[in-house]
Ligand binder design. Sequence first.
Ligand code: PEP
Ligand code: MG
Length: 762
Amino acid sequence: MKEIPNVLWLEEIKKEDIPSVGGKGASLGEMAAIGLPVPRAFVVTAQAFRRFLVEAGIEDKIFSRLGNLDVDDTAALESVSREVREIVLNAAMPDRIRQEIVEAYARMGGENTIVAVRSSATAEDLPDASFAGQQETFLNIVGDDALLDAVQRCWASLYGARAIYYRAKQGFDDRSVNIAVVVQELIPSEKSGVMFTSHPVTGEPLTIIEASWGLGEAVVSGSVSPDNYVFDLRTERVVDRLIAEKAIMIVPEGRHGTKTIQTPPEKRLAPVLSDDEVARLAMLGKIAEDHYGVPQDIEWAIVGEEIYILQSRPITTIKQPEARRAGETGKKRGALGTVILQGQGASPGVASGRVVIVHDVKDTSAVKEGDILVTTMTNPDMVPAMRRVSAIITDEGGMTCHAAIVSRELGTPAVVGTKKATKVLKDGQIVTVDGEKGLVYEGAVEAPAPAASKAAPAAVAAAPIITATLVKVNVSLPEAAARAAATGADGVGLLRIEHLILGLGKTPSWYIEHGAEEEFVTELYTGIKTVLDAFPGKPVWVRTLDAPTDEFRNMEGGEEEPIEHNPMLGWRGIRRDLETPDQFRLQVEAFKRLWAAGYDNLGVMFPMVNHPDEFTRARAMMRDWGVDVDNVTLGIMIEIPSSVVLIEDFIRAGIRFASFGTNDLIQYTLAIDRNNENVAWMYQPEHPAVLRLIDYAISACRRHGVECSICGQAGSDPRMVTWLVEHGISSVSANIDAVSRIREAVARKEKQILLDAARRDA
Ligand code: PEP
Ligand code: MG
């Protein structure tokens, strides 16, 4: 190796320095070299690492251990990896290297400068070999000592078990593998987002910019609907802008990561970017596109007047002009075209079709296969029509409303809470619904193919992820059972039977009054059995009826339903079953027959309990009707703060499990109607009061060995689930479309917990 300094600044990096600075360092250097405003950074070079090994006298110790290792012997691999990492961590960093790192950090601003410290591994003979993701990154590092410690930890991470194994299998000699460390200033973005330097579908010279307040994670992760700006590079003007309601923002939290907060009211509907900022961003995007020769997908951030470019990589979704649809004029704008409506993306997927506006269930006969159903809010009696359509749009509702739950189950794209779909859209109009982003586009536009990076290699997709925390799935319609089972879920954490019953078109009281009890029990038995059959040997928790009175009213027999001022707080859940024993008895009869048929994986869950007495009374009634209640699995939903406060009493009363119904728990804790789009932005699953209640109940269940789970919508949010696993939840239950990403989040958190424990013990 030629004499390369221990530290190189981005501006000093040249193409030939890749072996010294790794791929990450080189790509940042290249961006800086073409004049993009990259946050300040320096690289602790691979040579600094080699000098450290030599001067600390640890080279032989490390390579003799690695040389004798059989990487297929997992125990030996783990133990050598731990030993070698300890050698690296315990060796003294040479004074000269320490000093140069500290001096470089001081040049960046010193003690109060927050940096990210990232590994950038490289091999002498194969500098661009991909070791991505196998070494560590440390965010939010402040101060000399923390920085030096993080650099040394990055070095040690070169000898993680996975990295050693991978290199051995790829035929790399450990002696020739090096590691550089990138130290980069973290930008406390006031605004941030992503930009496509050309139209991602048509390739036209239109720069598309998505922007939101705070850190870029909010836009990149899709947790906020960002503003959308379109800049025409030919006329150098902003030609379209869509200002979204940005309900939340992600901001740094002290020195430890980030947190989500509500966007201050004055910023929520305010445009994030001025025209001048859009133009400046677009010009930077053009510099990158011209330099790399292909359209770029860029992450950016703004602090005060300063724009920063954080990352630039090629867009993978541009279609060639000949692949465009016939008749396309090319004047569409926005990520997929011209956005005409926005709401909450409630069920992912993109679909185009003809709008049919439904004001009343009687109108649903006009809904044909492939149409787009547009309505104020769906009702259970609209489910048959919902099965036929290619997408659903509603005026009202949030992520847990009827339309959202049923659409996710049917795998149909849906946008809810648009406030005005039934007024703005016209019968027969052709639109495209993006159920992930919550957008409705004019006309039929094509979705870009999924980015190449999203398509996992077959070997990875086929490998089952085993988690200690059970990952179950929610089901509402028996017809979705096969799709739910295909996720490989560890059981069903919630089977909502009201969707099954409401789909019958007649209320339970109609069956009772018309002497048709047997028909009702048979329908229930058959529907539940379909789900049990799809999950042989796995737990299936069936919830007793929980339909608010307003959902019954449109059904035959529903004429007598009381008109309630607030059905959410009304006659629903277990409180209604206890007062109408006949309705409860028919459900229990179906359960009894299923238990008798050998389905001992069936558990029964009572909804909306607010006092242990309700559980005790329900169980006593079941015993009276001949259920061997001591030998079947009975549990409760935790949906009301009172059931958290009294959780120990519920446990003493004999519940076998408890499952958080966060859809309701959040609304009853925060006094936010879950179906009211006017306050949807205040509906906060991560509100500290909600988290504290959940933590309290999990702890109590753990102390007493009672399974604690979640089946509300928050159980489909990877961020929330990560938190729940950290706090000791025993299982989670997600929507069908979310199971695989939830399983990944659970696995990652579990591994991190194990790793942290191993490091503490080491
Ligand atoms: C909940 O409240 O979180 C829940 C799962 O029940 P539902 O959405 O049916 O009220
Ligand atoms: Mg509920």
